[in-house]
Design a protein. Structure first.
Length: 274
């Protein structure tokens, strides 16, 4: 059984005021359902985190499981854009369920001026991520709290409690447990990113070392070839200096051949005259 089912099947205890989390109206019921199902649905999406992250079901073994996940081999990269698309799909589905159950009331919608005040900057990154930066986040949170909980305040016939909201301790405890679970999941995601970054850094370092080794070997080979070329040129110069007397000897041999040719011609001339 997953934590989502466990959160849904947990018995709801009455608060100190004697009311259950759903006694204050449909809005509190909606808050409870969203808090107990939405974050667990996002944080325990098996299709996104099954490669590198596993949820800790036993709180007592959190340290051992964290060490095990740290030493575990990471098979691939984490698809963060896919996780963001899953969160967007869930938010659209939750909005559709809310509109189907409670309808679209124009009284709870902000006016055009409020929308302009709540406007922000939308930034698109190269990897497909969309970032929205609100201009007035505090006012936005204040208006969203007023819009999402219209049933918190009491009726007009109870002026003493008209401006005070009933705090549900059970709801706060559920919210705290969900926040702790999200913190654990975020810690696991950060550990996964840390391990993945370490592996990428190690691969990069090995690649740089191999490149440096190949570059050093290539430089040594080119240097040795240049040295051999200079040695060969030096040998050619030595051979040229040694062969310089042979040119004079070749000239003398040519002169001897010429004299022999003249002597033979004279001998033949004398033979014919006799």
């Amino acid at each position: 059984m997953s934590d989502s089912d466990a959160a849904k099947n947990t018995e709801v205890k009455p608060s100190a005021s004697g009311k259950s989390p759903t006694d204050d109206g449909p809005c509190d019921d909606l808050h409870y359902d969203m808090m107990t199902s939405s974050y667990t649905e996002i944080s325990f999406d098996e299709s996104d985190l099954e490669d590198g992250i596993e949820a800790d079901d036993n709180n007592g073994d959190s340290t051992n499981s964290a060490d095990a996940s740290k030493n575990k081999q990471i098979p691939g990269s984490l698809s963060l854009p896919h996780l963001s698309s899953t969160i967007i799909d869930w938010s659209e589905r939750a909005k559709a369920e809310y509109e189907a159950e409670f309808g679209n009331t124009s009284a709870n919608k902000p006016s055009t001026e409020e929308k302009e005040k709540l406007a922000g900057n939308i930034e698109y990154s190269d990897d497909g991520m969309i970032t929205f930066v609100a201009h007035d986040l505090e006012n936005k949170l204040r208006l969203s709290s007023v819009m999402s909980s219209p049933c918190i305040s009491s009726s007009s016939d109870e002026p003493s409690s008209s401006n005070s909201a009933t705090l549900d301790l059970n709801f706060l405890s559920k919210l705290e447990s969900q926040a702790q679970q999200i913190s654990k999941n975020l810690d696991q995601v950060m550990k996964y990113i840390y391990n993945y970054t370490c592996q990428v850094s190690s691969l990069t370092l090995n690649s740089v070392k191999n490149f440096e080794t190949c570059l050093t070997a290539t430089c040594d080979s080119v240097d040795s070839n240049i040295k051999l070329m200079y040695q060969l040129m030096a040998k050619y110069e030595e051979l040229g200096s040694v062969m310089s007397p042979i040119e004079k000897l070749a000239d003398e041999i040519k002169e001897v051949k010429r004299l022999l040719a003249l002597f033979e011609r004279e001998m033949e001339t004398n033979r014919y005259q006799q």
